[in-house]
Design a protein around this ligand. Structure first.
Ligand SMILES: [Zn+2]
Length: 62
């Protein structure tokens, strides 16, 4: 099943628009992991900072 048309390693591919399937899947995996970590970090920071931020922010009512 090995294809000899692979000219470059998907791990070395730096083309964000590379049409190669392994490259796209690999990039999607990186993005998924990145966004997952990003969302986790944001959630943690949000949870920790929201209370303090909301407490210090004056409500702009009126
Ligand atoms: Zn590629």
């Amino acid at each position: 099943m090995a294809r000899r048309t692979e000219e470059h390693d998907y791990r070395d591919c730096t083309d964000p628009d590379c049409p190669r399937f392994p490259c796209r899947v690999y990039k999607e995996g990186i993005q998924a992991g990145y966004w997952r970590g990003y969302m986790d970090g944001e959630s943690a920071g949000f949870a920790a900072g929201y209370a303090a931020g909301a407490a210090s922010a004056a409500p702009a009512a009126g």
